[in-house]
Design a protein around this ligand. Structure first.
Ligand SMILES: *Cc1c(COP(=O)(O)O)cnc(C)c1O
Length: 360
């Protein structure tokens, strides 16, 4: 069976090399006579898998030693509550920028635990841009400021970080994790679910500066206390072992193609092919202001709902799947994460051109 080009927003494509390697090692991982799915998380073999995953991630992202890398479960959504429980612990204030559903959900959780304020929002224009802020917008006694770096549903990204002054910045990077170099030192914490760019669902990676750990509220469940996981090297309880193993394979794959600089170059090239087509098409257009366009998620529309539906249907029949836009935006969305080959985007654009010709 031929593999399709999968434009899903997540879970999403994995590199074919990784799937093949995982398949080859499925029954017998490196001669130990077991699958990674079966082995104890306390075994020597698994210990070397999780340690390599961490050291590869540190190397690729250039993560300084004063940051902890945690391999957790619960998805990005669980961190929406864990973040205020762990960090809203001095003034009890936190400032959020609302750039879409994921930021809004995170904000909703924070409001339960303290004085969370939305300092800016792009809700007025269906989150089609990143709102501008200045240092003065942030309360300088806030315990942290929060952004969703890449907005998976709306297709915007912070190309520049907000200036929050002395307020520690926390970012959800679920849908842009490892897509380009990121200066981790600009953040107190970044985190994301793995199922967009790193691995199958089930793993959440947290990268957090050590000095802000250890002040979680008393009622914080042990499983949501980052210090507990940091002290136990992510082995406080059973971690998502197989997903961590796939994560390791993906990190090896990224390293093999030249690391994050090379990844970014590939991603810029892919996104340019698609945006250039959209900017020149008479039928299709992107929905995001050009300066805030994401490299990972590209929403687009025609001016006609029926035509949108026809396009999604015909694209699927031609092997381009999961192009339907999120229900809150409609139209289409092509998620072109790291694992999407350049050829997938080129062929999609050829298909769009043909569709435009046949339907105008
Ligand atoms: C997918 C996504 C989430 C939700 O992730 P879960 O792992 O399903 O909880 C949160 N934030 C962003 C930016 C996402 O893309």
């Amino acid at each position: 069976m031929a593999r399709v080009y999968n434009f899903s927003a997540g879970p999403s494509m994995l590199p074919e090399e990784v799937l093949k390697k995982a398949a080859a090692e499925m029954l017998d991982y490196e001669g130990c006579g077991q699958s990674v799915m079966e082995m104890s998380h306390r075994s020597k073999v698994f210990d070397s898998i999780i340690k390599s995953a961490e050291s590869l991630l540190r190397e690729l992202m250039n993560i300084p030693d004063n940051y902890k890398v945690l391999f957790l479960q619960g998805g990005a959504t669980t961190q929406f509550a864990a973040i205020p429980m762990n960090f809203m612990n001095n003034s009890g204030k936190a400032d959020y920028i609302i750039t879409g559903q994921w930021a809004k959900k995170a904000f909703g959780e924070a409001k339960k635990y303290g004085d969370a304020v939305a300092v800016a929002s792009s809700a007025d224009k269906t989150f089609s841009y990143i709102p501008k802020t200045t240092r003065e917008d942030f309360r300088q006694d806030a315990d942290y400021a929060y952004i969703c770096m890449n907005n998976t549903i709306y297709g915007t990204v912070f190309h520049e970080l907000p200036d929050t002054g002395d307020v520690p910045l926390i970012a959800d990077i679920s849908s842009c994790f490892l897509s380009e170099p990121l200066d981790v030192t600009k953040f107190a914490m970044v985190y994301g679910g793995a199922q967009k760019n790193i691995a199958p669902a089930g793993l959440t990676i947290v990268i957090v500066r050590e000095d802000i750990l250890g002040n979680a509220r008393d009622y914080t469940p042990m499983m949501l206390d980052y210090k507990v996981h940091a002290d136990a090297d992510s082995l406080s309880n059973t971690p998502p072992c197989y997903t961590i193993y796939i994560c390791k394979l993906v990190l090896e794959w990224i390293k093999s193609i030249g690391g994050l600089e090379a990844m970014a170059e590939r991603n810029r090239k892919k996104a340019k092919i698609l945006y250039d087509f959209l900017d020149n098409s008479k039928m299709f257009r992107g929905t995001v202001v050009p300066e805030d366009r994401s490299l990972m998620n590209v929403p687009f529309v025609t001016d006609n709902d029926e035509l949108n539906a026809k396009f999604v249907k015909e694209a699927e029949a031609a092997g381009f799947v999961n192009l339907k836009g999120h229900r809150s935006v409609g139209g289409m969305r092509a998620s072109i994460y790291n694992a999407m080959p350049i050829e997938g985007v080129e062929k999609l654009v050829e298909f769009m051109a043909k569709f435009e010709e046949e339907n105008s």
